[in-house]
Design a protein around this ligand. Structure first.
Ligand code: HEM
Length: 482
């Protein structure tokens, strides 16, 4: 028995059968988190795969996620070198894709202090209020005409406007780029962050495939378009005699003048561009996706919709403006958001990590240079963890302290450990504020002739799990009939 145990300890985790050269790449499918979930049911919560030439481990249970992200965090908190991120981050000058090193520690510390702090979230609250007011006005128009609203698009426009005003001090209506041009720029960049590039999995020869398929050319264009955009933003900041709240570009340009800001080096324009990329790509989609899935689940569950609206309306007592303070008194809304993140975590496999030194999970040895994915999407749907796992039931959070802040490993929408999302507070307040206003101001109905069963729940492929088909709902103004 001892001999058997010892042999097991030295084993690598179980693996699905693979092909020569491509390994298990063919098993990822269009939605890798879903394919990997199915494989984990057969091969267990620690699986070993070969993605091309790259050894990969996928963990899919709270207990194995805790071992990776908490107990052995220091062994596996680096990032792999991937082609799309490398170019978009000016060779890893950003926070998301930088390997674990002193530079990353300094940059993250500086950004936590200056960019992602609670103080900054409060400073940008007036921007959120102004943009939400515009959203309410535009939805009110549709309500008076009894026409449907594309909520997927409205939520995206809202987060784009808030993030752009906070980051650049302007929205794009009538300026360098219109909203559509800007959205296209972001969409392309996202595609390259999420796309599987041959050079990532076949380090010696993959670049030829990327070049032949045109991926390399498109990636270069996306990088140079974004670069030109940042340059335009810097020029605008030089020209304008701006008043009001300091935006992120003002702040970073101010820090650029401070020799000692990074401890051992000066912040350059490329550093600033890489940080802006993180803000744009980290903040916009994640919050919009959450609000869209929350409204989708609420329209499918009228009891929950009614209950959360009553909570908000009782708290507001006909006051017109929801404040951040009101949000703190909406526990059921908070549960609705947790339940949305359980079923629809916006980053389903977290951002991939790279193992730096050998460690063990469940007695299996994980080797340096292994790519590590944590399937938080699978954990949210595991019937061994959640009763009636497929049912949207915010009440499951009433009698427990499960939160999403990285300490409860069954619910990890923001990850955990050293790499946990630093924009958690900013993202959460955006989602709470946007949803609370839409639920306070309007009742919501399906389009004429539609029933709940007609609502499409498919996800679209990519780094984020957005809803594939846009959510179209008909608003009815609430305050008109009270
Ligand atoms: C609903 C909103 C959001 C969600 C669900 C989300 C989710 C995540 C996840 C899952 C990670 C990877 C964690 C890991 O590797 O373990 C991450 C990292 C990151 N996020 Fe967010 N995020 C959100 C909002 C934001 C916002 C608003 C910002 C910035 C303004 C932001 C900036 C970042 C950055 C810089 C990282 C990289 C951290 C590092 O590698 O050290 N995120 N986020």
């Amino acid at each position: 028995v001892f001999k058997h145990k010892k042999r097991q300890k030295n084993q690598q985790p179980p693996s699905p059968p693979s092909f020569p050269i491509i390994g298990n790449l063919h098993q990822l499918g269009e939605l890798p988190h879903q394919s990997l979930w199915k494989l984990s049911k057969k091969y267990g919560p620690v699986m070993h795969l070969k993605l091309g030439r790259v050894p990969t481990v996928v963990v899919s249970s709270p207990q194995t996620a805790k071992q990776a992200l908490k107990i052995h965090d220091l062994h596996c908190c680096s990032r792999p070198s991937l082609a799309g991120p490398r170019e978009l981050s000016y060779k890893y000058l950003d926070i998301v894709f930088s390997p674990f090193n002193d530079y990353w520690k300094e940059l993250r510390r500086m950004c936590m202090q200056e960019l992602f702090s609670a103080k900054r979230v409060h400073l940008i609250q007036p921007i959120k209020e102004e943009e939400v007011k515009k959203l309410i006005n535009s939805v009110s128009e549709s309500a008076s005409q009894k026409t449907e609203v594309n909520l997927s698009k409205k939520f995206l426009d809202l987060t784009v406007s808030v993030v752009c005003k906070a980051a650049f001090g302007l929205s794009f209506h009538g300026t360098v780029l219109n909203n559509d041009g800007f959205n296209k720029l972001i969409r392309e960049a996202f595609l390259f962050l999420g796309s599987f590039s041959a050079s990532d999995f076949f380090p010696n020869s993959g670049w030829i495939i990327d070049w032949l398929t045109g991926l390399q050319g498109r990636r270069e264009k996306s990088v140079s378009d974004l670069d030109a955009f940042y340059e335009q933003m810097f020029d605008l900041h030089k020209q304008e005699n701006k008043k009001g709240v300091e935006d992120f570009v003002d702040l970073l340009l101010r820090l650029e003048k401070d020799e000692a800001v990074l401890g051992y080096g000066k912040l350059t324009r490329n550093h600033i561009k890489a940080i802006l990329m993180n803000v744009l790509l980290g903040a916009i989609n994640t919050s919009a996706i959450t609000m869209t899935w929350a409204m989708t689940e609420l329209i499918r569950n009228p009891r929950v919709m009614k209950k959360v609206q009553s909570e908000i309306r009782n708290q507001m007592r006909n006051k017109s403006v929801i404040t951040l303070d009101d949000i703190d008194h909406l526990p059921y809304l908070n549960m609705v958001i947790k339940e949305t993140w359980r079923l629809h975590p916006p980053v389903p496999l977290l951002v991939p990590r790279e193992v730096m030194s050998e460690f063990e999970i469940n007695g299996y040895k994980i080797q340096p240079k292994t790519l590590l994915y944590v399937n938080v999407w699978a954990m949210g749907r595991d019937p061994d963890i959640w009763k009636d796992a497929e049912t949207f039931l915010p009440e499951r959070f009433v009698d427990n302290n499960i939160d999403f802040k990285g300490q409860n490993f069954e619910l990890l929408p923001f990850g955990s450990g050293r790499r946990i999302c630093p924009g958690m507070y900013m993202g959460t307040t955006m989602v709470e504020f946007g949803l609370a206003n839409m639920l306070y101001q309007f009742d919501w109905q399906l389009q004429e002739g539609m029933v709940v069963e007609d609502i499409d729940m498919e996800e679209s492929p990519g780094l984020n799990t957005s809803k594939k088909k846009d959510l179209l709902l008909v608003p009815v103004k609430y305050l008109d009939h009270c």
